[in-house]
Design a protein around this ligand. Structure first.
Ligand code: CS2
Ligand code: MG
Length: 402
């Protein structure tokens, strides 16, 4: 089963996506997501110039060998661009493997471990009343878990709060928009929001919150303590995660569970966090952490350390990534939660797929392979649109984490 062609497809149905389509000599094709929000063209060029020429003529069945060839052969290992490119190849090859075997990919990963993949939706609003309406909306849709993001009084904008309720696209301009942040205002406001949500919806609805890398460990410890009465499922990305041992300080002060990892791209970014159980959920993804092959390794390593999966699933991860994620989510023993920010109709039209949402669960495709494709003719009608993620500054102008 030789690889005869690999096409890098950049398209922008409401937002930019990069997709790799691999073609074999027996007519099978596979797709992989290579989207890196704000840096899409870097991955597209990496694939086009440095990966595709190496793939032609290789045996598409040799997934592990090709993964090692691209990882070790890069010499300059790791990093989001390299690992997103490798991820796209890996995902496309698993798609082909499933089609060749006539089975959905989850069957090749050991079969089902659960009936459905529990997902969480995104309730966000400037005001608490708005948030209560949004949480009610998601619970009415059947969601069993809801992330809550709130405006902060005195701040014009903050992460996760958007005008559009069902979709959240932070890469909103060709050059970074600048937001202003205040940790004191944030820390003063957030606990009261969760108090109101718990008063309205009771103790059992699974609630999550994304801090989005904005605190120091001691500030995160304070936030975690203040949220303990509201029993969150997780506090996400409390601090930037380069200093993995920095999470020890948070852990010493609070029992609020911690989820980290959407910006990670190999096991090395999170090994200490997992080794020392400094986190409770690992959020690495198929598209940014080297594909199904490497993400499975991360999840298996996490499983022997009481750490569960909680993969990122924002709109800037394409339906190809979501389709692949669900095959892992439904089969691994230590599944936790899957993020599910819905894509727009235009995006779904470009990426026809057969995963579906029902009663708070996403269900992977039962078709051979991943159960997703890209309509290349439709994709061609949506040209790339330059878009960057915002920059955050403190009120005194200091650059901060967005
Ligand atoms: C967020 C993302 O979904 C999340 O948990 O962290 O919205 C993130 O900001 C974007 O994926 C960045 O492109
Ligand atoms: Mg996040």
């Amino acid at each position: 089963m030789k690889i005869t062609e690999a096409r890098v497809i950049v398209t922008c149905p409401d937002r930019n996506f990069v997709t790799l389509k691999i073609v074999t000599d027996d007519g099978l094709t596979g797709v992989g997501d290579a989207t890196l929000n704000g840096r899409e063209l870097a991955v597209a060029a990496y694939l086009t110039d440095h990966v595709v020429p190496l793939l032609i003529g290789r045996d598409a069945a040799r997934i592990e060998d090709i993964w090692q060839y691209l990882y070790r052969g890069a010499y300059w290992r790791r990093g989001p661009v390299t690992m997103s490119a490798i991820a796209a190849v890996d995902t496309a090859l698993w798609d082909i493997k499933g089609k060749a075997a006539g089975m959905p990919v989850y069957q090749l990963l050991g079969g089902r471990s659960r009936e459905g993949v529990t997902v969480y939706g995104h309730a966000n609003a400037e005001t608490v009343d708005g948030i209560l309406e949004e949480v009610a909306h998601y619970t009415a849709l059947g969601y069993q878990a809801v992330r809550v993001q709130t405006g902060v009084p005195g701040l014009a904008s903050t992460y996760g709060v958007s005008a559009d309720r069902m979709f959240y696209e932070p890469a909103d301009a060709a050059l970074p928009t600048e937001n202003v942040w205040s940790t004191p205002r944030y820390l003063d406001h957030v606990p009261g929001v969760f108090q109101r949500v718990r008063e309205e919806f009771g103790p059992h609805l699974r609630l999550l919150h994304d801090v989005h890398h904005r605190l120091t460990p001691i500030e995160a410890a304070r936030l975690g303590q203040s949220l303990e009465p509201y029993h969150l499922t997780w506090m996400e990305d409390p601090v930037p995660a380069e200093l993995q041992e920095g999470f020890r300080l948070i852990r010493q002060h609070t029992t609020t569970p911690i989820a980290v990892g959407e910006v990670f791209n190999t096991i090395w970014d999170c090994k200490r966090l997992i080794d020392e159980q400094l986190i409770d959920y690992i959020r690495a993804t198929v598209v940014h952490a080297g594909g199904i092959t490497h993400l499975r390794r991360i999840f298996d390593y996490a499983a022997i350390h009481h750490v569960r999966s909680g993969s990122h699933g924002a709109t800037d991860l394409s339906p190809v990534c979501m389709a692949a994620a669900l095959h892992l989510d439904v089969s691994i023993p230590n599944f936790g939660l899957q993020e599910y920010m819905r894509h727009t109709e235009a995006t779904d039209a470009v990426f026809p797929h057969t995963y579906h949402f029902a009663d708070g669960y996403l269900h992977p495709s039962e078709e051979p392979g991943l159960g997703v494709d890209i309509d290349e003719e439709l994709a061609a009608r949506h040209p790339y649109r330059p878009a960057q993620l915002p920059i955050n500054r403190l009120e005194d102008g200091t650059v901060h984490n967005w």
